[in-house]
Design a protein around this ligand. Structure first.
Ligand SMILES: Nc1nc2c(ncn2[C@@H]2O[C@H](COP(=O)(O)OP(=O)(O)OP(=O)(O)O)[C@@H](O)[C@H]2O)c(=O)[nH]1
Ligand SMILES: [K+]
Ligand SMILES: [Mg+2]
Length: 415
């Protein structure tokens, strides 16, 4: 493994030494592609054992998953215990926690899984210690809670961000607006719809060359960087990128002056707390809720009150169209899609309540939804329509809306 580490170091050094300008862009692109290949090789599980360690794999539970990432003794376990009631040993010495300990936050009718993890050491990306498992757990989370010691200097935040970055986890960043599509033939095609600072047709071509990709369509829709371009290429391979929300949580503010706390709190995606003194834990929960952007959909049966106990919970943060009626119905049961006629929706996503909506309608938090199923005759008709190629779904929402409303008059929402 050592030669690989040396190689990574050399490449990093050379990238650091190379000035960033138009002339060096091509060279930089090549270096960065090589660096990525070396890191990928390093992160792949070694064949000589040392793979998964017992006690570390924790099943997914609830509507969303958060991972507590941070250096040793910043207060991760204390925070888990404060938010979930699950006892995770907290102590003044480093590496108190050695495995992954799950807890559940009950908030706004939803269940959010919170994972306490061992403290990260630098070089986790190089596969040292348990770092690798911590990182792979972080990758599986919907949001990372980076716990920082407010009394220490801010290099901890930068170091951890870099550490995660090195293994393909991008914090608070959207997926780059560029696509690379492999084609069977046709060679290299390139189209940029905006002016580019770092990338150019030539630079992309050169990077693609080192990936041995020769027949590709490249479409770039934002002023993306070389790193963005490589991210998209890597994503198609064995080392997927993760674009993850991250909250930077500064703990132990009880040891700081008000002015110092104020300065920390002004940073982006930042929450300041003290677990031991119970300061701003409610604020943290509220912010987590805001950033998760979960959509609670209450279902109701005809003529009955909505079920306010167990909503369907849609995650809207990954991709754009995740809070569609279709996704909500699928959460209930996929088979319902076959007999789906339309959904009656009450709430902020519709202009008048109830409104009959098709599968593509985007629901909002706290909407109420009632599913109307097709009659047997309609099902046959649809099956027939499919055979003859006629489009039925979505095209007849007007008729649906009317009939649906008439039906609903007989059984109005009782709230
Ligand atoms: N002053 C102060 N100390 C705190 C606060 N929260 C936690 N601590 C202390 O920090 C120490 C470490 O807490 P842990 O919860 O064990 O930290 P950890 O991040 O889980 O540590 P590892 O599992 O070893 O990585 C303990 O002695 C806690 O009592 C706080 O808000 N203020
Ligand atoms: K500790
Ligand atoms: Mg701990």
């Amino acid at each position: 493994m050592a030669p690989l580490l040396d190689k990574i170091k050399t490449l990093e050094l050379e990238i650091g030494r190379t000035q960033k300008n138009k002339q060096t862009a091509k060279h930089l692109g090549d270096l960065k592609a090589k660096l990525c290949a070396a890191r990928r090789e390093l992160m792949e599980p070694s064949k000589s054992g040392g793979g998964k360690q017992a006690g570390f794999e924790v099943g997914r539970f609830g509507d969303s998953r958060l991972a507590l990432i941070g250096f040793p003794s910043v207060g991760k376990s204390s925070l888990l215990t404060a938010l979930t009631g699950v006892q995770s040993e907290a102590a003044a010495y480093e590496f108190t926690t050695l495995t992954c300990i799950p807890g559940v936050i009950h908030y706004n009718d939803t269940k959010i899984q919170l994972l306490d993890l061992p403290g990260i050491i630098m070089g986790a990306a190089q596969g040292k210690g348990r770092g690798r498992q911590v990182i792979s757990t972080a990758r599986s989370a919907d949001m990372i809670i980076m716990v920082l010691d407010a009394t220490k200097d801010d290099s901890q935040r930068q170091m951890l961000t870099k550490e995660l970055n090195d293994v393909g986890i991008r914090l608070n960043k959207e997926h780059p607006r560029l696509t690379v599509t492999k084609t069977k033939c046709g060679g290299y095609r390139y189209n940029a719809t905006v002016p580019l600072t770092e990338l150019s047709s030539e630079v992309c071509y050169s990077i693609l060359h080192s990936y041995r990709m020769f027949n590709v369509d490249v479409v770039i829709q934002e002023d993306a960087s070389i790193d963005d371009f490589i991210d998209v290429l890597e994503e198609a391979g064995t080392s997927p990128r993760r674009y993850s929300k991250c909250l930077f949580v500064y703990n132990k503010i009880d040891l700081l002056s008000v002015a110092q706390v104020d300065e920390l709190a002004r940073q982006e995606f930042t929450v300041v707390i003290s677990v031991n003194k119970n300061l701003n834990l409610d604020g943290l929960l509220e912010r987590i809720w805001q950033e998760l952007n979960l959509k609670r959909i209450y279902t109701k049966k005809k003529g009955l009150f909505p079920d306010f106990e167990g909503p369907l919970v849609l995650t809207a943060q990954r991709g754009d169209k995740t809070s569609t009626v279709e996704n909500a119905v699928t959460l209930l049961h996929k088979s319902i899609l076959d007999e789906f006629r339309c959904a009656l929706v009450w709430g902020t996503s519709v202009r008048s309540s109830p409104q009959a909506c098709g599968l593509k309608h985007e629901l909002q938090d706290e909407d109420v939804m009632q599913i109307l199923k097709m009659t047997a005759a309609e099902k046959t008709k649809r099956a027939h329509g499919k055979k003859t190629g006629a489009t039925l779904a979505g095209g007849n929402t007007q008729i649906d809306a009317k009939t649906a409303k008439e039906r609903e008059k007989k059984a109005p929402l009782k709230t």
